[in-house]
Design a protein around this ligand. Structure first.
Ligand SMILES: [Zn+2]
Ligand SMILES: [Zn+2]
Length: 145
């Protein structure tokens, strides 16, 4: 069936995902298929963003390009590093030593976040009680299983 949704998806084929930070200093792009798009309710993501929940997706590192701007890195765990714009503090990227060939990007830093809808929820055990979605997506207690 060819509805508006599938027409939009056809147009997106081959067009890179682009995004950046609040002040505009950092810009990035990524081609290839985004994957593992989901909400994270963990305490670290919340504190790092000051937001009740953060949506992330992954792309292969080889498909990612930092076009301009400078990021500051914060080691938020033994295996993970978060990167923020040095100018405005927008949380943009997550690098995980356990997955050295990929990079995680915050969905909401995309120019067109509608192109990468989240498909699940992580760390439901840490979810703030007043954060309720009712979106029918699967909630994982911690990581994806
Ligand atoms: Zn910035
Ligand atoms: Zn998290």
């Amino acid at each position: 069936m060819a509805g508006p949704q599938s027409e939009r998806d056809d147009r997106d084929q081959g067009r890179p995902l682009t995004g950046g930070c609040l002040c505009g200093a950092v810009r990035y792009e990524a081609d290839g298929e985004p994957y593992h798009s989901g909400y994270c309710h963990c305490v670290t993501c919340r504190r790092a963003s000051g937001a009740p929940v953060v949506a992330w997706f992954s792309v292969k590192l080889a498909a990612f390009r930092l076009l301009q701007g400078e990021t500051r890195t914060f080691e938020s765990s033994e295996h993970g590093r978060r990167r923020f714009c040095v100018g405005c503090g927008t949380q943009l990227f997550f690098d995980d030593d356990d997955f050295p060939d990929e990079i995680d990007i915050t969905n909401a830093s995309l120019d067109e976040p509608e192109r990468v809808p989240p498909g699940f929820h992580l760390y439901d055990k840490s979810r703030i009680a007043w954060v309720r979605f009712g979106d029918g997506l699967r909630h994982f207690h911690e990581k994806r299983t």
